[in-house]
Design a protein around this ligand. Structure first.
Ligand code: GLY
Length: 306
């Protein structure tokens, strides 16, 4: 992506995966692009007003969690018991403060629970019922677990469990990275994980350093893809280290790290923003994504090479 040395910047993703051109109908494509634009607008409103990157990434991810087309919050993929078990994390590059929740089932917006963990506790990560309890005690909106379950995801689970489709529609996870006008960096990620996952399985999204990382000294990163390999490769932290210690651009660091993920058998993508540039990289044939900046650029894309 073109370099921009100053001003705010926002990059979002709505998941990477198997999505060759033609596999998504024009109507679905329009829906996905509309959802990405809504998420961009949520972050842009904060950044144009001089707000913080951490608030912008949170707002963008909340919008994506509320959109049933994406694999996070309402409309998340289901585990093999038919339940949504949700993971999310958020990180502020100013002081490397971070918060994360895993396996939540009742908080409407898991990324807000991650923010709550970051802002109101001395801890980074909460899991399971206690994470939901923390969200409730903190005044976040609590919903019935059925809120997350959509007919499309029930059908998807049935087909995967029946072995009709090997890895049907495993694309998913949402995330955002931003640089604000004060040159702070932040990242957030939220997901339902992988369709038909084993109950209790936790992917990379809530793992600080794997699915999410932000440090004003290097970069902010959010990942999407096969979580196990992203954890094993330490993707988000590794991209930041390559930027900081090896002087790589956002694109170089993202590409090298995704090649490493591929060597482990993993597929997916990352979004990256640094003080000077940004990247949207994938080793799949598509990733729902969008980008906006203070110079007026505002775009969405789906397929590789777009
Ligand atoms: N990348 C999301 C997951 O594997 O859970």
């Amino acid at each position: 992506m073109a370099s921009q040395a100053s001003g705010w910047r926002l990059v979002i993703h709505g998941g990477a995966g198997v999505m060759p051109r033609g596999s998504i109908s024009p109507e679905e494509e329009a829906d996905y692009r509309k959802g990405l634009m809504t998420a961009l607008d949520a972050g842009i409103g904060i950044l144009t007003a001089g707000g913080l990157a951490i608030d912008a990434v949170q707002a963008a991810v909340v919008a994506l969690e509320n959109d049933p087309n994406f694999n996070a919050g309402h409309g998340a993929v289901l585990n093999r018991d038919g339940l949504a078990e949700l993971d999310a994390s958020i990180m502020d590059g100013r002081e490397r403060k971070a918060g994360a929740v895993a396996q939540v089932r009742t908080v409407k917006n898991p990324v807000l629970a991650a923010r709550l963990a970051m802002d109101t506790t001395p801890h980074v990560m909460f899991a399971g019922r206690e994470a939901d309890d923390l969200a409730a005690a903190g005044g976040l909106e609590i919903v019935d677990p059925a809120y997350f379950v959509t007919p499309k995801r029930v059908e998807q689970l049935k087909r995967v469990m029946a072995g009709e489709v090997k890895a049907w529609d495993r694309r998913g996870t949402v995330g955002a990275v931003a640089r604000d006008s004060h040159r702070n960096l932040a990242a957030a990620t939220s997901t339902g994980g992988m369709v038909a996952k084993a109950p209790g399985r936790i992917g990379d999204s809530p793992v600080i350093g794997a699915g999410t990382y932000a440090d004003n000294a290097s970069a902010a990163v959010s990942a999407t893809g096969h979580g196990e390999m992203f954890i094993r490769a330490g993707v988000a932290r590794m991209i930041c280290a390559r930027v900081e210690l090896q002087g790589m651009s956002a694109q170089e660091a993202a590409d090298v790290t995704l090649t490493d993920v591929r060597s482990l058998g993993g597929a997916g993508g990352v979004i990256v923003v640094t003080k000077d540039d940004a990247a949207m990289a994938m080793n799949t044939d598509g990733m729902f994504r969008g980008e906006a900046d203070g110079a007026g650029r505002k775009i969405t894309a789906i397929y590789a090479g777009e």
